[in-house]
Structures are given as C-alpha cells and as structure tokens.
Design a protein. Structure first.
Length: 388
C-alpha cells in the first residue's frame, strides 16, 4: 500500500512540475517577445503591445454547503433557517490586468493575464416572533393569583466569511477571422495554461429559544390590608423553555493548473477605426484544471429542555473535527459579453463575465461533498497600446 501511495505522489509531483514549467516558459516567452517588439519599432503606427487594467464586481458563489443543525426543524416557521444566513457569501471587487503582444505583420497574439479578488463580511440577524403580553390566568377571593407570561421565540445568528481567489492565464492565439465580422472585426482563438487558487474561511454561531412560558404565582393575606405589601410573596414557575446553541466553522481551498482554450471576438457597430468606433465583444473559454482540495471543518450544538423549575435535560451534539485532502480534476467553462469604445491606441470596455469551476470545492462538513465555484458579475477595463 505504501508503494502505491508513493507512486501516486510521484505522478502528481511530475504532473505539477510539467505544468509549472509550461507556465514559466509561456511567461518568459511573453516577456522576451514584448522586449523585442518594443525594440523593433518600425514606425507603422500600430501598437504591438497592449496593457489592460480593470476590475470586476464579482459574486463568489459555492464552496460551503448549508449546515443543518439538529434543532433547525424545531424553530417556528416565522424564523428563517439560520443556515441561509450563515452560508451567504459576500460580493468582492476584483482587480485584473493583462498584457498582450502582437508582432508587426503577424496574426499571432501572446498574452499573460491575472485576476484577483478578496472579500470579507460579518452578518448579524435577530429574528423574533410576536406574542401577546402576560395576562391573568386565575384569581381567587383569597390569597392566590396566577399570571401567565408567554414570550416570543427568537434566534440570534452571527457569521463571518472570508474569501480570496487568484486566476492566471498564459496564452498564445491567432486571429483567424480578420474581416469576418466586418471590416475591423476580429476572431481570436487561443490556447495555453490556466492556474487557479480559491480559499474560503467561515464561522458562525446561533443562539435560539422556543416555547418559553412563565407563570407568576402570588400569595398574599388580604385580612391585613395595611401589611399587604410586606406579606406579598411571588414565585416564578417556568413551565416550558427550550434553548438551542450552535458553533461551526470551516476552512476550504483548491489549487490547480491545466490546459485552456478560448475564443474572443468583436464586431464593429459604429464609427471609424481611424478615429474611434463602438464594438460589440463576446467570448468563451474552457479549461481542465488538475489540482488538490483541502478542507477543515468543526461544529457543535446543544439543546436544553427546561420543564417547571428543576427539571432540565441537555443534549449535546459535538462534531468530530474533519480534515480532508484529495486530488481532483476540475472542468472550467466561462463566457463574457460587452461593448468597447476603441481608438487607434486605446480602448475602454464594459460588460458582464461568468466563470464556472465544476466540483472545485469540498463543501461537505462530516463527509466530502463536491461544490461548484463560480464568479459572476459586471466588469470594466481600460487598455492602451505601446510600441507604435
């Protein structure tokens, strides 16, 4: 068994070395090509190097499955499940950059791109059901009075989420559709290497109460009206009270690299390429990432039943901390659509982009569970050309 494990580890190590070497070679080639392009300025007036800077408002979905504590079903229907509050992920503003090289007189384009995003949020929710105020249950001519108080059920939920992601792309492509979508349209098919890294951390706690009732029992002596306040005695009987508590947390990550392909196209809608024009842009991309998932989770819940004054039952459900790690293959599909205003040596773009990584995260708690990871949202960028 140990020999088999060692062989698998060696294969994984070799695979990572090959893919890392390919990424490094693509980066070095891009850097060398850019230097040559800037040095070989032929005065044609067409930029050979493009630098693009931008950002995307992203919603990072997936990664954590909803944790269902044993007492969630005991809360009244008016109170939302705390799981829907604990597992909500935040929006993030992710910067991005790209550098492209297109040698003069060639349809080949070499590029290197980076996207990064980070977010953190705290959520707090206090939910309570309405109940009528206390009222007199029974009174007697002498000595005794019962007053019943019914209190609303409630749930206090606290959660904290942290998320970050990094995506690197190194590609070489060729414009195979010059003039296909109009005089100045383009259709670039590229292939290369994509690297992706995702990390999430979350923690949450819930404190809740249900079925809380209390009776106030008064005893007094009406024959001694003057001393009534001195002899008044009050007893509180809690006839029903259920309390719930939960703490949970997780740390999850994925890191992978693999081959990628993409298709980027644009078509002119209006304007003149010699001055400025409006274009419609779209594209699709796909990749297979080979990497590793890592997951750490813990959770613990308590339920207390109080009946009358001294009868108390407590049930604890401690979870065993889980640590998992496994190698996975993650398919990746994405697409974008938007508009650009182009000048001979500059461009401004806006649009919407989505990237889906299928089965990238282990979102389970006590057992492994595949969760898709996606990044969707609008983006904007500005590009400028060098080497004209």
């Amino acid at each position: 068994m140990s020999e088999l494990i060692q062989k698998n580890d060696n294969r994984a190590t070799i695979r990572w070395k090959l893919l890392t070497s390919a990424s490094a070679a693509a980066l070095i080639a891009s850097a060398c090509g850019i230097g040559d392009a800037l040095a070989a300025d032929d005065g044609s007036g067409k930029p050979q190097v493009w630098i693009e800077l931008g950002a995307q408002i992203e919603r990072a979905n997936g990664g954590d499955s909803a944790f269902a504590a044993p007492f969630y079903g005991d809360l009244p229907p008016e109170i939302d499940s705390p799981a829907t509050i604990i597992n909500q992920l935040p929006w993030s503003l992710g910067p991005e950059a790209k550098i492209s090289l297109q040698p003069d007189g060639s349809n080949w384009i070499f590029s290197a791109a980076i996207r990064y995003g980070r977010s953190s949020n705290h959520r707090s929710a206090h939910q309570v059901t309405y109940q009528p105020p206390g009222y007199n249950v029974s009174g007697y001519p002498c000595c005794h009075t019962f007053v019943k108080h019914v209190y609303g059920d409630y749930a206090n939920t606290q959660s904290h989420h942290q998320e970050n992601h990094l995506i690197l792309d190194f590609q070489a492509g060729k414009d195979v559709g010059v003039g296909l979508f109009g005089k100045d349209g383009s259709s670039v098919v590229s292939a290369g290497v994509r690297f992706a890294q995702f990390r999430t951390k979350s923690s949450g706690s819930v404190k809740a109460r249900a079925d809380f009732e209390r009776y106030d029992y008064f005893t007094y002596f009406p024959s001694y009206a003057y001393w009534k306040s001195l002899y008044l005695q009050k007893y509180r009987l809690i006839t029903a009270n259920r309390r719930f508590a939960l703490t949970a947390g997780s740390s999850r990550s994925f890191k992978g690299v693999g081959p990628s392909i993409s298709w980027q196209a644009s078509a002119a809608l209006a304007g003149n390429p010699e001055s400025s024009e409006l274009t419609f842009d779209w594209g699709v991309n796909a990749a297979f990432l080979f990497g590793k998932q890592r997951t750490k989770t813990y959770h613990e819940s308590h339920i207390s039943h109080h009946l009358f004054v001294y009868q108390t039952q407590t049930f604890s459900h401690p979870g065993v901390p889980q640590t998992r790690s496994r190698s996975v293959t993650v398919p990746n599909l994405g697409g974008m659509a938007g508009f650009s205003i182009k000048w001979p040596d500059a461009k401004i773009s806006i649009g919407y982009r989505a990237d889906y990584f299928f089965g990238a995260m282990d979102g389970g708690w006590d057992t492994a569970k595949k969760q898709n990871r996606s990044f969707t949202g609008p983006f904007a960028s500005i590009s400028f050309g060098l080497g004209d």
